[in-house]
Design a protein around this ligand. Structure first.
Ligand code: NAP
Length: 323
């Protein structure tokens, strides 16, 4: 019996952390590719990838991984993409599609494109999906379901190659949108990069307070702080690279943010309840909108389970008089 048709014959994954291993799991589950060859920087990660059976073949070098692959996806921190493109450039198969998953697109295009031969299709991508965990054990096949994957094909790239990559992402459950790298970087600066910077700041500030103890911060974190700590637990290497690579857009959004926080500061100082109320009503509507378009669950408190009420009997002085 012949094997069912797949979109690509051979997928090469360079980097098999949260995103790379999720792609491997989903591509397998959806029969999107004939075979998967994978590599990572360290022998430990390569060993783990082999143990988990995430790829048909695990190789030691990035150059070896791309040999004969018709789809190459680079799933590493954005700061390393240029050097990796240089390494793989001479080994890419003619006609292959080369993509990535980096959270910044302008720098990836700038760093990778010059090293790629003319006879491959370079279609950068960013699946807007993730968790605060890293490494090959952290991935799961459903990560991209109902999330957006943004493609930023440079001008002149083969439209059929772009459409085929879009089809690959749709097969993995994602919705696909296309935009320019610069626009991507501006949009993500406000929806992802700035929120991460704010979370990193708040968690750091709370940690350095003198008059509130660290144990109190942890103990009373359900007041809102713990929701920031999830974001602030994200991978330090990845996020260092994001802020270095998307400097201009982040600084622009940070400028806007500082103006808005000054306005709210003024409202608090002046006892201007109307301004505060109007602002909070507007932001509440934004949360509703996100839930309405299916980008988050409507469950209260992010769907966290709440423990049962305690079953302990009333203490003696309050218990009903049994006499
Ligand atoms: P991760 O879990 O930390 O995995 C990174 C992988 O890249 C590891 O396998 C690492 O190998 C490998 N690697 C690093 N440098 C390499 C090099 N020079 N050559 C070969 N392999 C190398 O990271 P991730 O969360 O999957 O993120 C990967 C990319 O996805 C980043 O560009 C990030 O911006 C983007 N992204 C992340 C998220 C998210 O929420 N995490 C969401 C969307 C997009 P070792 O383990 O051996 O070091």
């Amino acid at each position: 019996m012949s094997k069912p048709a797949t979109l690509f014959n051979r997928l090469a994954l360079i980097g098999v952390g949260l995103i790379g291993s999720s792609i491997a799991r989903a591509a397998r589950a959806q029969n999107a590719v004939g075979s998967i060859v994978a590599t990572a920087r360290s022998p430990e990660t390569r060993r783990r990838v082999a143990e988990l059976g995430l790829a048909d073949q695990v190789v030691e070098s990035n150059a070896a991984a791309v040999e004969g692959a018709d789809l190459v996806i680079v799933c590493i921190p954005v700061g390393a993409c240029g050097a990796v493109a240089k390494e793989i450039g001479p080994h890419l198969a003619p006609g292959a599609t080369v993509s990535d998953v980096g959270s910044v697109k302008g720098s990836v295009v700038r760093d990778m494109a010059p090293h790629l031969p003319k006879n491959v299709h370079f279609v950068p991508a960013h699946p807007v999906a993730g968790t605060e965990y890293s490494g090959p054990d952290a991935g799961f096949a459903e990560l991209f379901v109902n999330r957006w994957c943004i493609l930023t094909p440079p001008e002149g790239v083969d439209t059929a190659a772009t459409e085929k990559l879009a089809e690959f992402w749709r097969l993995l459950g994602a919705n696909v949108e296309t935009m320019t790298p610069d626009h991507h970087d501006l949009v993500l600066a406000v929806t992802s990069h700035l929120p991460h910077l704010i979370a990193y700041t708040i968690v750091g500030t709370a940690d350095e307070l003198q008059n509130v103890t660290r144990s109190e911060v942890l103990k009373f974190s359900a007041g809102g702080f713990r929701d920031f700590t999830r974001i602030a637990a994200s991978d330090p290497t990845m996020w260092r690279d994001v802020f270095l690579a998307n400097k201009d857009a982040v600084l622009e959004m940070l400028g806007r943010f500082n103006e808005d926080i000054s306005a709210l500061t003024r409202a608090i100082r002046n006892g201007d309840g109307d301004t505060l109320f109007e602002h909070f009503a507007r932001t509440r509507a934004i949360r509703k909108g996100i839930v309405q378009i299916g980008q988050d669950s409507p469950a209260p408190d992010f769907g966290r389970p709440h423990p049962d009420l305690p079953h302990t009997p009333l203490p003696k002085p309050y218990a009903a008089d049994e006499g």
